[in-house]
Design a protein around this ligand. Structure first.
Ligand SMILES: Nc1nc2c(c(=O)[nH]1)N[C@H]1C(S)=C(S)[C@@H](COP(=O)(O)OP(=O)(O)OC[C@H]3O[C@@H](n4cnc5c(N)ncnc54)[C@H](O)[C@@H]3O)O[C@H]1N2
Ligand code: MOO
Ligand code: MG
Length: 426
């Protein structure tokens, strides 16, 4: 008699998994390697930006008081006493009707309280001296970029756990992070099981297919922020699979297996969990695809038994592995970000379980719409190429029609969400 599994709600399954979350330690990487990593400390401004008053234009540094009477009929003339480019500091103190030629980014000279753009001035030379005249008055502070106007010393600019974007890389450089404290990437072991699996380079023979799941999971690990470690593909042989799982578990933070998790004669994962003395958190989730997704724990270490079916495997990773990776990385938004979109095509399949349909989000005329891509079966692989979202269709309905507003989970997004997707029937 085949064991009857009791499905649990997706949200509950995610919570059970997160009950065994761990957090990673700090390591340091070169600034140029920091993009895409997760910051291990708060980034606090240890100096003001800009650190000094500076000119935002190429022009002349002046004293505004000297310009009060300037007009088109009666321009005011200044003697130009110095010239400074960015990176240099003038040692002159501006006196009455004196100006310093200044370039964008240069520090404002002493005595100056306004800058005039080059285009608003007329320059002339007399007796080896340079003069500049202007035709309108300027106020104190005109065209000065003040110290601290970008940020003040002591401001927290980026929180620990943030995904490092190119913009954050700019901040890290601004504050002198030659090396960056980032969170150590969790090591995720990957084992593919299945006697039907060929290596990528092998030629197809009857009854066999190429292993695609382990490579897909490696890429998903990288997208999630983890370091994948591939332990190879195994035949459906209980002893071999058991030993491989037992060995791999020793050297990784989390372990993923694909295939062999259902109720077939050669689905050995359930027996492997028994032999390991693992605590199985769940072995059926009320969702499609990926209903057979199983998660177990041995001495606090999680083992993700993802389905062999490619689409189910993909969904299982994003819903259950990604949040544990992001939590490990100290990220405060470990779940997939959810938005609403208009369904662009009918999806009329009824289903008792919530469906995570691979879909593509498109933007046109200010409307966000989403359409399923490819065949919606858990054993398909081709639909994954075009999918950038999961369309979440709660169970218990007779299907969904074009124009319905639906929940969509963004799988290419790095912002994430604090809360996990929850069944709306609850
Ligand atoms: N009697 C029942 N049969 C099945 C049930 C069930 O509840 N009762 N569940 C079905 C569902 S749902 C799924 S999903 C699959 C899950 O199967 P397994 O996780 O045990 O995976 P396998 O049997 O090993 O393989 C399934 C399918 O996926 C292909 N596969 C496996 N590994 C890979 C790989 N690395 N790359 C590409 N494709 C792979 C494999 O060839 C099979 O076609 O079980 C249903 N059956
Ligand atoms: O676990 Mo299966 O993918 O639900 O179809
Ligand atoms: Mg099976």
């Amino acid at each position: 008699m085949v064991e009857k599994r009791k499905p649990i709600a997706v949200k509950d399954a995610i919570e059970k998994v997160l009950g065994f979350s761990r957090v990673g330690q700090i390591e340091h990487v070169a600034l140029q390697e920091s993009y895409g990593r997760f910051l291990a400390v708060d980034l606090v401004a240890d100096h003001a930006v800009p650190p000094f008053d500076r000119s935002p234009y190429d022009g002349f540094a002046i004293r505004s008081i000297d310009t009060i009477s300037a007009s088109a009929d009666l321009p005011v003339e200044f003697e130009v006493i110095d010239e400074i480019g960015a990176g240099y500091v003038s040692d002159h103190l501006l006196g009455e009707r004196q100006a310093i030629r200044i370039m964008t980014g240069a520090q404002i000279p002493n005595g100056c309280d306004a800058v005039v753009m080059l285009e608003l001035t007329k320059v002339s030379k007399r007796n080896d001296k340079v003069f500049m005249s202007i035709k309108r008055p300027f106020k104190k502070g005109d065209n000065i970029s003040f110290a601290g106007e970008d940020t003040l010393k002591g401001s927290t600019l980026v929180k620990k756990g943030a995904y490092i974007t190119p913009g954050i890389v700019a901040l890290l450089a601004t504050f002198g992070y030659d090396t960056v404290p980032v969170v150590y990437k969790p090591r995720i072991g990957i084992i593919a099981t299945g006697s039907e699996l060929l290596d990528v380079r092998e030629t197809l023979v009857p009854g066999k297919i190429r292993n695609s799941n382990s490579f897909m999971i490696e890429a998903q690990c990288r997208r999630g922020g983890a370091k994948p470690i591939y332990f190879g593909k195994l035949m459906d042989n209980l002893d071999e699979c058991f030993l491989a799982v037992q060995n791999a578990l020793r050297s990784v933070d989390f372990l993923i297996t694909t295939g062999g998790v259902s109720v077939g004669d050669y689905d050995y994962l359930p027996e492997i969990y028994k032999r390991l003395g693992a605590n199985v958190l769940f072995n059926k989730v009320a969702m499609r695809p990926g209903s057979v997704t199983t998660v177990a724990e041995v001495n606090g270490k999680l083992l993700f038994g993802l389905s062999g079916n490619p689409s189910a495997c993909y969904v299982g990773f994003e819903l259950f592995v990604r949040p544990i990776v992001r939590t490990f990385l100290h990220n405060e938004r470990p779940h997939l970000q959810k938005i609403k979109a208009v369904l662009g095509k009918d999806f009329l399949k009824p289903n008792p379980f919530t469906r995570f349909v691979r879909g593509q989000l498109t933007f046109s005329d200010g409307k966000i719409s989403v359409s399923p891509v490819g065949l919606d079966k858990s054993n398909v692989v081709t639909s994954l190429a075009d999918a950038n979202v999961f369309i979440v269709l709660p169970g218990g309905s007779r299907g969904y029609q074009m124009g319905d507003m639906v929940d969509v989970l963004l799988i290419e997004d790095q912002t994430g969400s604090e809360t996990s997707w929850a069944e709306s029937f609850k």
